[in-house]
Design a protein. Structure first.
Length: 305
C-alpha cells in the first residue's frame, strides 16, 4: 500500500475521533474553543520551534522550496481574483477566495514524519513562516473590499496580530536557534519538545470537532468550485512551480502536499468576523477535509514519481 495512504490513516482517524467526541457530547461543546486556543497559541509554536531548530537545512533545497511555496500561494491568489468575474455576491466571493488559498498545514505536519521523514517534517514546518502572513494579508485584503462587514478592519491591529502570531514567532525563533546552534538540546529544548508533542493530536481533534455536514448544503455549486480549486488546481500549481524552481525528491513531495492540504478552519473564523459567507466556508472546510484523504496521496504520488 502507498506509504502516504498508510500515514494518513492515523491522521484522519484522529480527525474522525474528534467528530465523534463532539457528536457524543463526551467533551462539552464549550471546551473545544479552549482546546483549540491552547493548541494554536502555545503547543504548536513549541512544536514548530523544536522541529525547525533541530533540522539540518544544509542538506535540503530550502531556498528554492520556500520560493516555490510562496509563489504557489501568490499564483492561487491571482487565479481566485480572476474568478471575481463570476456572478455572485461579494461575501460569497470572499469565501470562494479563501477556499482557494488557505491551507491546513497541520494535517501535513501530522502526516510528514511518517510519509517524508525528518527532512520532510522540517520543510513542512519551515513553510509556515512566510506563508501564514502572506495568506492572511491576501485574505484580509479581499475581505476588506468585498466582505459585508459594517465596520472597516483596523489595519494597524491586523498588522500587529500578524507580527505577534505565535505560529510565526515559533517558526522565526526556531530558525534563529537553528542558525545560532542553541536550544537544540538540554532542559529547555526537552520541555518544549514534550509540550509540542501534544499539539498535533489536539489540533486534529479540533478539526474533526469542527466538521459541519449540514453546511455542505450551503451553495453546493460554489463549494464544488472552491473544492476543485483547493484540491485539484492548487497542487498542480505547486507541482509546476516546484519543477520550475528545480525542487525535487522529498522537497517536491512536501511542496505538492502543501498545495493539496484541505481548507483551514481559520477561514470560517475570518468569514464570520469580516462579513463573508461563513456557512459556505464551513461547508468548504468539511468537504476538503473529507476529500483530501483521497486526493493528497494521489498528488504526493505524482510528485514522487
Amino acid at each position: 500500500m502507498n506509504p502516504v495512504v498508510i500515514a494518513l490513516f492515523p491522521v484522519f482517524g484522529v480527525i474522525a475521533l474528534g467528530w465523534l467526541l463532539r457528536r457524543s457530547g463526551l467533551v462539552a461543546a464549550p471546551l473545544w474553543a479552549g482546546i483549540n486556543r491552547l493548541s494554536y497559541q502555545a503547543l504548536m509554536p513549541a512544536f514548530l520551534f523544536v522541529t525547525i531548530s533541530r533540522a539540518d537545512y544544509d542538506a535540503v533545497p530550502a531556498g528554492s522550496f520556500m520560493l516555490a511555496a510562496a509563489g504557489g500561494f501568490i499564483v492561487m491568489g491571482a487565479l481566485m481574483l480572476a474568478l471575481r468575474i463570476l456572478p455572485m455576491p461579494g461575501p460569497v466571493y470572499t469565501s470562494l477566495f479563501q477556499g482557494g488559498v488557505r491551507w491546513n498545514g497541520f494535517v501535513l505536519l501530522a502526516l510528514a514524519p511518517a510519509a517524508f521523514g525528518e527532512e520532510g517534517a522540517a520543510l513542512a514546518a519551515l513553510a509556515f513562516a512566510p506563508t501564514v502572513p502572506l495568506v492572511n494579508v491576501m485574505c484580509v485584503a479581499v475581505m476588506t473590499i468585498w466582505g459585508a462587514s459594517d465596520h472597516q478592519p483596523n489595519l494597524t491591529r491586523v498588522g500587529i496580530r500578524l507580527v505577534t502570531n505565535p505560529i510565526i514567532l515559533g517558526c522565526l525563533a526556531g530558525l534563529a536557534a537553528n542558525l545560532a546552534g542553541v536550544f537544540q538540546s538540554g532542559p529547555v529544548a526537552e520541555a518544549l519538545d514534550l509540550a509540542g508533542r501534544a499539539s498535533l493530536p489536539l489540533i486534529l481533534l479540533t478539526i474533526g470537532a469542527g466538521l459541519n455536514f449540514t453546511a455542505l448544503r450551503a451553495r453546493p455549486g460554489i463549494i464544488s468550485l472552491s473544492v476543485t480549486a483547493k484540491l485539484i488546481v492548487a497542487p498542480a500549481i505547486f507541482l509546476a512551480l516546484g519543477l520550475l524552481f528545480g525542487v525535487e525528491g522529498v522537497a517536491l513531495a512536501v511542496l505538492v502536499g502543501i498545495g493539496a492540504t484541505p481548507g483551514a478552519a481559520a477561514a470560517y473564523v475570518l468569514a464570520r468576523e469580516m462579513g463573508g459567507d461563513a456557512e459556505m466556508m464551513a461547508g468548504h472546510v468539511t468537504a476538503t477535509t473529507l476529500l483530501a484523504a483521497i486526493t493528497m496521496p494521489i498528488w504526493i504520488a505524482i510528485a514522487a514519481s
